[in-house]
Design a protein around this ligand. Structure first.
Ligand code: B1M
Length: 211
């Protein structure tokens, strides 16, 4: 669809104002919010990701594209909220210590909220102490960790290790995700699940809370 391509192109260019307008227009054309997200906004970020990797763009361009992506996400967020589902669970989520990437985590939070889950977003650079304090304070059903760097994914293991006792006492489950994460890494660090994207995270949590 032409408008989705234009959204992707303008995320890539970092033109926040145009992204906002295009997203509003796409919604008024009754294009599903999830489609705008996945085939428009995320597509644009994907292109920036490849260019960043190939040294065709640098951090300033990536930051400007991030801002444009977030501007679009703010517009679609209310449209993603469907009727509250019968699934009730409290989820605490954060990007692990040392890692500042938060776009993917925010998408996951938005998708979970749209399913009626209660989400507490601890933000970025979240230490194991902060996760633990939050478990004791909030009694969540699920802890979700996100990491985008191969250097920070190992911190997830530190969190699952310190959580081993409390996980059992509080009956909390741990899920992980982010570009470098795999199911085998999740198994290795004894996480209860891995989700490659937001939609999968929703299904994974529905299954975990049934158990
Ligand atoms: Co960064 N960065 N970055 N960066 N950055 C990557 C991740 C990189 C792959 C780029 C590259 O080289 N190709 C590379 C990592 C290489 C590696 O570790 N192997 C990289 C690097 C190297 C760096 C710096 C070290 C660069 C530097 O300073 N020299 C630095 C590190 C800073 C730090 O964190 N300490 C850095 C900085 C930045 C910016 C600040 C400029 C910016 C982040 C802005 C922000 O997030 N507010 C940025 C960005 C934007 C990227 C890329 C281009 C895009 C990431 C993104 O938002 N993708 C990225 C390249 C890439 O991934 N292709 C890159 C879109 C998003 C929708 O996808 O985040 O994968 P994603 O989320 C998905 C799934 O992964 C999953 O669902 C999401 C939705 O579908 N998911 C979960 C994510 N979390 C989940 C949690 C779950 C379940 C699913 O359950 C809890």
């Amino acid at each position: 669809m032409k408008i989705l391509k234009e959204i992707a192109n303008n995320v890539e260019k970092g033109d926040s104002a145009t992204v906002k307008e295009l997203v509003k227009t796409a919604l008024s054309q009754k294009i599903e919010a999830e489609e705008i997200l996945n085939s428009g906004l995320v597509k644009g970020m994907d292109v920036i990701g490849v260019k960043f990797k190939n040294n065709e763009v640098f951090i300033p361009e990536v930051l400007i594209a991030t801002r444009a992506m977030k501007a679009g996400m703010d517009i679609i967020e209310p449209s993603l909220t469907h009727e509250k589902s019968k699934y009730k669970a409290k989820i605490v989520i954060g990007t692990v210590k040392g890692d500042l990437h938060d776009i993917g985590k925010k998408i996951v939070c938005m998708m979970l909220e749209s399913e009626g889950f209660e989400v507490i977003d601890l933000g970025i650079d979240v230490s194991k102490d902060k996760f633990l304090k939050c478990i004791n304070r909030e009694n969540p059903d699920i802890i979700g960790m996100s990491a985008l760097l191969t250097t920070t994914m190992s911190y997830m293991r530190e969190v699952t290790e310190v959580m081993e006792k409390v996980k059992f006492e509080k009956k909390v489950k741990v899920i992980i995700g982010g570009a470098p994460i795999t199911q085998s890494f999740a198994d290795e660090i004894k996480a209860d699940g891995y989700a490659p994207d937001g939609a999968y995270a929703v299904d994974l949590i529905k299954n975990l809370i049934k158990k």
